[in-house]
Structure formats: C-alpha cells, structure tokens
Design a protein around this ligand. Structure first.
Ligand SMILES: O=P(O)(O)OC[C@H]1O[C@@H](O)[C@H](O)[C@@H](O)[C@@H]1O
Length: 321
C-alpha cells in the first residue's frame, strides 16, 4: 500500500506540472519537415538501353541539346521524338506494349506489304524483333537496326532480304533511313510505309499542307474505294480519313495552331506516296490526339532486282509557329 500512495503522489505532481506549463506561453509549433530535395535532372548518355514494363527492349538517343528519341527493337518502332521539349509522335491509348500486337503508335514499319493483301495487314516487319547492328554515341547519336529473312518470314513471304533502319538524332531533326536489299537470286516486289502517328492538340487545330492539289488519291473509306482528284494543297480532318495520295512526297507540313508547332515531314529519297489516316470519332483509338501522315511506297508495288538496294529517307523537323 505504501508504494501505491507513493505512485499516485507522483502522478499528481506530473499532472500539476503539465497544467502549470499550459497556463504559460504556448509551446512553439513543431518544426516543419524539411522540403524534399529538388530532383536532380538525370542526364542520359547519348545512347542508353532500357526495357519497358513488359520487358521489350528500348534504345533512347539523347542529344546534348536535350532532345531525345526512343525506339523499340520490337517492330523497329520509334515511339518518341521530343524536340525543344515538345513531343512529336503519339502512341495510341489502346496500343499493346507487350509484343502481343504491333505497336500502334510512333513510327511502325509496314513491310513488305502496305495494307491488306497476300500476307498480314501491313506486313511482318512491325511485329518482329529487329537486331541492333550498331549504335553511335557521337554528337548526332544514332542506332542502326537490321531485319533479315528467317524461316518465319519465308513461310509468309518466300524472299531473302535485308532491311537496315538507321535513326539519327540531329540537333534540329530526327533522320530515318530505311534500306531494303534483295539478297536473293530472283527479283521481288514489295510495298512499304513508315506508318507515322503524329501527336496533335486536336484534329480541329490541324492543317496538313503539301503538294496535294491535282494529285490522284484513293479514298479507302468509300465502298468500294474511290479514285479522286485532290482539290487543294491543304487537308483538314473532319471525318474518317484513309487516303493514299499517289506520287505525293517531298515535304509535308503538319501545322497545329493548338500546339503552336509546325512539323515538316521531309522525304528526300525513295518514298513516293503519302497516306493520311485518321479514325475520326473513334475515342478508343484516341482519334483526336493523332494523325497518321505516312511516307509510303504504296500505290504501286516496287520491283527490286537481286543485290539491289532501295533506300527511303525521311526526316522530321519540328519548329515553333
Ligand atoms: O490497325 P492497323 O493495322 O495498325 O492499321 C491502321 C490503319 O492503317 C492505315 O494505314 C490504313 O490505311 C488503315 O486502313 C488502317 O486501319
């Protein structure tokens, strides 16, 4: 009992002390936690390898000026090109990024067939793994990929070939070069495209300018497809659009008043036609966030003789309006 008395006296003394403190000046507030340190920008080397969540291999090129480009070896598909902090390419919101389907976005390859036909839609190059042949970590970082025939491709298309795709990040542009070589003993014919998806603020803000007026084009949305003559050098999108402009190449401009940018698509060699595609109204595909303006060899098949190389060059140049 003696010890219980001692304990309660002790508690009373403590409580009484606390009351005395509360009646004096309030305690200063506890110090604010220190703000988290500002993130240190990660400066990537000119060429860096990585992988996405599903394990698909990526290569990122980083220019000293801060521009960057990322490419997947699956399909040899460039999925991002940023210039001056502005993204130029779009990956569709419904794209599968696990190798189960071609990547619906960026710059997929259509080869050796554009569109539907004897083999799978848009050919097999967009859903095969391309081999990294070399990289260059110089002032203009680049990566060079290779796709060649294999038992799998010969099952679908019986021709030996080698495709070399080089992507170079220059200070003011992304350069692409596709070389297709007939490594067999017989000629073959092929069609192809760089099925580029370009990031836009909204279709209503977009004008596509090029050498269209007077050209023949196939309107693939008509049933059956209709052959028409382009009335203007400017194309706007206000309905589902799927048009192959025959013999229209050179320079195309995507003028986006919402983004305040102009993207020039400069085809310098090889590509002969232009395809404009937008699945207007399809929310699932995110139709209002991209337009496909494709450098193509699509209107007529191209015949490639043994040991001959076909080269297609396309540059992307983004500038502020
Ligand atoms: O859905 P995919 O196979 O990637 O193709 C997308 C579109 O690609 C375009 O190039 C075609 O002209 C369209 O008809 C097609 O729908």
């Amino acid at each position: 009992a003696g010890s219980r008395v001692h304990m309660s006296q002790h508690r009373m003394r403590v409580r009484g002390g606390a009351r005395a403190l509360m009646s004096e000046t309030p305690l200063p507030p506890p110090p604010m936690p220190a703000p988290p340190p500002a993130p240190v920008p990660v400066k990537l080397p000119p060429v860096s390898e990585g992988a996405n969540a599903a394990g698909l291999k990526t290569i990122t090129l980083t220019h000293a000026n801060g521009d960057s480009a990322t490419l997947y070896t699956f399909g040899g598909c460039v999925t991002s090109y940023t210039h001056a902090g502005v993204e130029t390419l779009k990956v569709r919101p419904d794209a599968k990024m696990d190798g189960s389907k071609p990547i619906s976005g960026g710059i997929p390859h259509c080869f050796p067939q554009f569109g539907p036909g004897a083999i799978q839609q848009h050919g097999f190059a967009r859903n095969l793994e391309w081999e990294v042949r070399s990289t260059d970590a110089g002032a203009e970082p680049s990566v060079c990929l290779r796709l060649a025939d294999s038992p799998k491709t010969r099952d679908m298309w019986p021709y030996p070939f080698e495709a070399i795709y080089t992507v170079t990040l220059a200070s003011d542009r992304l350069k692409t070069s596709l070389e297709v070589k007939n490594t067999g003993a017989e000629p073959f014919t092929f069609t192809a495209a760089l099925h580029s998806y370009f990031d836009i603020s909204a279709v209503a803000n977009l004008k596509i300018e090029g050498n269209f007026k007077g050209s023949q084009y196939i309107d693939k949305t008509a049933k059956p497809p209709a052959e028409l003559t382009a009335a203007s050098d400017t194309i706007t999108i206000s309905k589902e659009t799927d048009s192959v402009y025959k013999g229209v190449s050179g320079e195309l401009k995507l003028v986006d008043s919402g983004k305040g940018t102009q993207l020039a698509i400069e085809c310098k060699q090889g590509w002969r036609d232009t395809v404009i595609w937008n699945p207007y109204g399809d929310q699932g595909m995110g139709y209002d966030s991209f337009v496909c303006a494709e450098a193509a060899l699509a209107a007529f098949p191209f015949t490639l003789q043994p040991n001959v190389v076909w080269t297609g060059l396309m540059d992307l140049v983004s500038t502020k309006l």
